[in-house]
Design a protein around this ligand. Structure first.
Ligand SMILES: Nc1ncnc2c1ncn2[C@@H]1O[C@H](COP(=O)(O)OP(=O)(O)OP(=O)(O)O)[C@@H](O)[C@H]1O
Ligand SMILES: [Mg+2]
Length: 283
């Protein structure tokens, strides 16, 4: 059964990204429905982090279209003319090269910049570590950002922060500082902090890979509970057990492309693409 266009919270078409002249994302087509919990797996360097960062505009796509949380961003490769391919030099064939490198925010037009900013507000992202402000208590870490970024007042943000701490099972830790938490607790606070901004989508880049095995489960549980509540989540992970058991879709990426995607059982037991089979066979 296919979801209707309306259910699609994310739709990406022909996404390309270059870094320093290297073609990193090579035409990604992707969609996610509201409530999906999608795991992205693949070898180191295949572009998983870059893809997540493009989704919430921490990196600006070079080409393609990203529709996410009701906002659509489109961009096409700017071409520049070098000495080598200058058309006035008619001895040489005219070749248009993409304008490589990170586009500076100031080179983007106002409308694009505003949309990118709006996307960052609606799409939460969590990294492996370094997610909390060290000089703020747990409660401040969660209640302050909506005050600073969205101009909300303390009367709104503090009760919401306490509610979110209850959700991640850490209400007793609200007065502690980040260095007084275990790695698993810190990641749960970081999730609560991202949720305090009322995101429509949550992205996680290997959220448990720096944790001891016994702490992984408590962070995973938070994501599983959010899935039950209908939050749309995308997780880059090397935790195959989690990808298989918790997600409703698994994506295998290789060399800047999505090679295969499907239900976890399909991918893990019955991958159709040889590249996916080979990757899974060496795990
Ligand atoms: N800011 C950057 N500048 C230049 N190259 C970059 C930058 N960020 C990533 N890259 C390159 O892009 C490629 C993809 O990197 P990315 O971090 O997306 O991979 P990944 O799939 O997340 O890998 P891992 O599993 O190791 O985290 C790599 O070759 C990397 O060196
Ligand atoms: Mg990565």
């Amino acid at each position: 059964m296919y979801a209707s266009q309306q259910d699609e919270l994310i739709n990406v078409k022909g996404l390309h990204k270059y870094f320093l002249g290297n073609h990193i994302l090579k035409g990604i087509d992707f969609s996610a429905n509201e409530g999906d919990l999608i795991s992205i797996i693949g070898r180191s360097g295949c572009g998983k982090t870059t893809f997540l960062r493009c989704l919430n505009c921490l990196e600006i796509l070079d080409s393609g279209t990203i529709h996410i949380a009701g906002i659509t961003l489109s961009r096409h490769l700017n071409h520049h003319i070098t000495e080598e391919n200058n058309p006035s030099n008619n001895k040489k064939r005219r070749v248009l090269l993409p304008n490589l490198g990170m586009p500076k925010e100031e080179r983007l037009d106002d409308d694009f910049r505003l949309k990118a900013r709006a996307i960052r507000l609606k799409v939460g992202i969590l990294f492996q570590n370094l997610n909390l402000f060290p000089h703020m208590t747990v409660l401040e870490n969660i209640s302050r950002p909506p005050m600073i970024v969205k101009g909300e007042n303390r009367d709104q943000t503090v009760p919401r922060a306490i509610g979110l701490l209850e959700k991640v099972g850490l209400e007793k830790f609200m007065d502690r500082y980040p260095h007084q938490l275990s790695g698993g607790q810190a990641q749960r606070v970081a999730i609560a902090r991202a949720l305090a901004m009322s995101p429509q989508v949550m992205l996680y880049d290997e959220p448990t890979s720096s944790l001891d095995p016994e702490l992984v489960q408590e962070v995973m549980e938070v994501m599983i509970n959010l899935h039950k509540e209908g939050m749309t989540q995308i997780i880059v992970t090397h935790a195959m057990n989690f990808a298989r058991k918790a997600s409703n879709i698994v994506i295998y990426m290789e060399d800047g492309k999505i090679v295969e995607q499907g239900h976890p059982d399909e991918i893990f037991d019955n991958a159709k693409d040889q590249r996916t089979q080979q990757y899974l066979s060496i795990l």
